[in-house]
Design a protein. Structure first.
Length: 562
């Protein structure tokens, strides 16, 4: 269905779907869509469905409703329209039913027959070589052509800078460097509109090399206000004689002789300005007849550069909003899943506590013991959940020490024997005898193996003659060691195997957290290893935790075997 996506404002990153009925937007909680924007009216606007179209209607709001920078009282929306309500900017997306043409039967990628000779590549050109077409080698060539090719080169290099970075500061710095290569400015600043205050804030500044980079730049508010008000670039060649500026204005007082200021005009409005100037420092006399450095051609090209930079700023802002939306969605999913598991654990603890209380009242030790067993199991569950959360959320380097793999696995098997007995599952331990001392993180590996063994016991607990076998070994080339965990449970469907390592994917219902296997895989990857899975429905599964065999040496460092 049609939707609204907030790309600017306090609700940035949120997406709202527009149903069939009227959807009201405003600051009041009674609205279908509530915006946390103090400049939005309590009932600001309404989105109405009229057939396949969506119409926005302003509800006599205090600050008005704007579509693509134009104030409207009522207007039908098209996909991509930008809607400004207060300081909140939304993008409207319509679901358009376009019949896409399937060209798979019309186009074939073929391998030529040897007898046919095939196609012959005549010439190939790299991106670097293609940029040289803008360089004019002939000094006697037409000056107009030289300027045209120079301008094309500036725009080409600007486009490359825009396409090669998502970091706004790096991009604007590079664009300012390109401008200073092309025009003889003394100072330059890029200012961006703050999403919080709506005011211009400096983002990048630049000086010519022979000027002090520590000197503070004072920018004329006269020029900035003119560009923002008129939404057009300006060039002044002599501030004192320019009728647009008052004689007492800041641009004249500060010694600015020439200036170019252009808006960063993007798809959705002005996101900032680029300002460059030449100036006369205090105490320095400007010699008569000094040639102007800026021209109308410079202004036109600066406007084009400003547009390119604005598109990049908007794209990055949109990308940031999308990332924030994904984070909010992931956070919501995480909270929902964890709340579900913690609620189940707390219910278990509450049930065990009730039995303990009843046993104490009647002085029945058997009831107390039963209640304590329940509490103890749920304490272990909450402890495992917290440990899995910490293991998965933190980036860590394994603490490599000399250890014996069989000892670590044997400890896991002994720890899980009581659980296996409760589930009436046979837990077999088959260690390899030829594994030497290796370098790995025994504590982390213990947790990875424990999670996999726990899953295997749960998976085989409901079949006849349940059995889980845990074994260790080394590959034939001796370069890797492994821990294999096999069960004869119901097995895993082929489609599910691709998802079992995703966070919060659990096939155990309330018993599972969906973190065990992702944590185990993360630990193995930290050891430059992985987990291999083979499974067959009705026949069980085999998990192999495999990692490089790093041989322990007397110096404490490790060498890979083989």
């Amino acid at each position: 269905m049609p939707s609204l996506f907030v790309i600017q404002g306090r609700d940035q990153g949120k997406r709202f779907e527009l149903g069939q009925g009227p959807v009201s937007v405003g600051r009041d909680v009674a609205n279908t869509i509530q915006l946390h924007d103090t400049e939005v009216s309590r009932r600001h606007a309404e989105f109405r469905s009229e057939g396949d179209a969506v119409v926005v209607v302003d509800l006599d709001s205090s600050n008005g409703t704007f579509i693509n920078s134009q104030e409207v009282s009522s207007q039908q929306l098209r996909s991509g329209d930008r809607i400004l309500i207060g300081k909140t900017l939304l993008i409207f997306t319509a679901i358009e039913d376009h019949q896409s043409q399937d060209l798979s039967d019309a186009i074939d990628i073929v391998t030529p027959h040897p007898a046919a000779g095939g196609s012959r590549i005549v010439k190939s050109v790299s991106q670097e070589q293609s940029s040289r077409m803008f360089t004019l080698d002939d000094p006697a060539a037409d000056p107009w052509l030289a300027r045209a090719r120079s301008n094309l080169q500036v725009m080409y290099r600007t486009a490359l800078a825009v396409s090669h970075t998502l970091d706004i500061d790096q991009l604007l710095t590079r664009i300012m460097e390109l401008i200073f290569e092309w025009v003889e400015a003394d100072r330059g600043v890029v200012m961006l509109v703050s999403q919080e205050t709506g005011e211009l804030e400096p983002a990048v500044r630049h000086y010519r090399k022979n000027e002090s980079s520590t000197e503070r730049i004072e920018i004329s508010r006269t020029i900035l206000e003119y560009v923002q008000t008129k939404n057009e670039g300006v060039l002044t060649s002599d501030a004192r004689d320019d009728e647009r500026w008052e004689p007492g204005g800041s641009i004249v007082r500060m010694g600015v002789r020439e200036a170019i200021c252009v808006p960063l005009q993007g798809r959705y409005g002005v996101v900032g300005v680029i300002y460059i100037d030449t100036y006369t420092p205090p105490g320095r006399v400007l010699h008569a007849g000094t040639a102007d450095r800026f021209s109308e051609e410079h202004l036109k090209l600066m406007v084009a550069i400003g547009h390119q930079a604005a598109l990049a700023v908007e794209d990055t802002s949109y990308y940031s909003a999308m990332v924030q939306a994904e984070r909010l969605a992931a956070m919501g999913q995480t909270i929902a899943m964890l709340s579900h598991h913690i609620k189940n654990i707390l219910q278990g603890i509450r049930g065990g506590s009730y039995l303990i209380e009843e046993g104490l009242k009647t002085d029945t030790s058997e009831v107390v013991r039963k209640g304590w067993t329940i509490v103890e199991k749920n304490q272990e569950k909450i402890s495992n959940l917290v440990m899995d959360m910490l293991s998965f959320s933190k980036e860590r380097e394994p603490e490599m020490v000399v250890a014996v793999l069989n000892d670590v696995v044997e400890d896991v098997v002994e720890l899980m024997q009581s659980r296996a007995q409760d589930l009436e599952v046979v837990l077999r331990w088959e260690p390899a005898e030829t594994i030497p001392e290796l370098m790995f993180d025994p504590e982390a590996l213990h947790r990875a193996i424990l999670n996999v063994v726990t899953n295997a016991l749960d998976a085989s607990s409901e079949v006849e003659a349940p059995c889980v076998k845990v074994s260790t070994g080394m590959t034939a080339d001796g370069k890797h060691t492994y821990v294999a965990v096999e069960d004869n449970g119901e097995g895993i469907a082929e489609d599910d195997i691709k998802r079992i390592f995703s966070v919060f994917e659990s096939r155990k219902g309330a018993r599972g957290t969906g973190l065990g296997l992702p944590v185990s895989q993360k630990i193995m990857q930290e050891h430059n290893g992985d987990i291999e899975v083979t499974s067959q429905r009705g026949a069980g599964s085999r998990f192999v935790l495999k990692m490089p065999a790093v041989l322990a040496t007397s110096s404490g460092s490790g060498d890979t075997l083989g």
